[in-house]
Design a protein around this ligand. Structure first.
Ligand code: SF4
Length: 189
């Protein structure tokens, strides 16, 4: 469904979630509405340590314009972000800092590993580099590349949006989720 708002541009409307529709009413589940709202308003926390961070800057800038996807508001406070984007080489010494940032984010929170370094250590198979951030925090989406192009970063965010849209509101309280975090030594109250 699309709606023409002037002669030069066209705004694509998101599809309505599945539900029941009739004359002057539409009914759906709370899960579907909350999932849709969350997925289109992810606030990134850019944890950028090296070259992949430059690609993120390009992703935010006018040509690629992350605002088109509802994520134009980067937060440098973990308490006001729900999408942790880790971009760059993470040394073992920096690992506890990243872990602390993750723990300071409120639930629900999601993580994207952007680029080869964050995903697997990349070319730095050395004693000092963490071989993937999923050694210390759970990751929802991995973006390949060294560096990934802005299109790939956007693709990763769109994939995360799909996950967020379809995530039941109660998932964070389930024993399975708590067990997942427990494998990282993180306790959820
Ligand atoms: S994946 Fe490549 S471009 Fe990205 S931080 Fe590592 S070395 Fe740099």
């Amino acid at each position: 469904m699309s709606e023409v708002i002037n002669n030069n541009s066209e705004v694509k409307m998101v599809e309505a979630p599945p539900g029941l529709e009739g004359e002057s009413f539409f009914a759906t589940s709370l899960d579907a509405v909350v999932g849709l709202a969350r997925s289109k308003s992810l606030w990134p926390l850019p944890f950028a340590t090296s070259c992949c961070g430059i690609e993120f800057m390009a992703t935010m800038a006018s040509t690629y314009d992350l605002a088109r996807f509802g994520s134009e508001r980067p937060s440098f406070s973990p308490r006001q972000a729900d999408m942790l984007m880790v971009m760059g080489t993470i040394s073992k010494k920096l690992g506890p800092v990243l872990r602390q940032v993750y723990e300071q984010m409120a639930e629900p929170r999601w993580v994207i590993a952007v680029g080869a370094c964050a995903s697997s250590g990349g070319v730095f198979d050395t004693y000092s580099v963490l071989q993937g951030i999923d050694k210390i925090i759970p990751v929802d989406v991995y973006v390949p590349g060294c560096p990934p192009r802005p299109e790939q970063i956007i693709d990763g965010i769109l994939k995360l949006q799909e996950l967020v849209k379809n995530e039941p509101m109660r998932r964070r309280n389930t024993p399975e989720y708590k067990a997942l975090l427990a494998t990282y030594g993180i306790t959820v109250n």
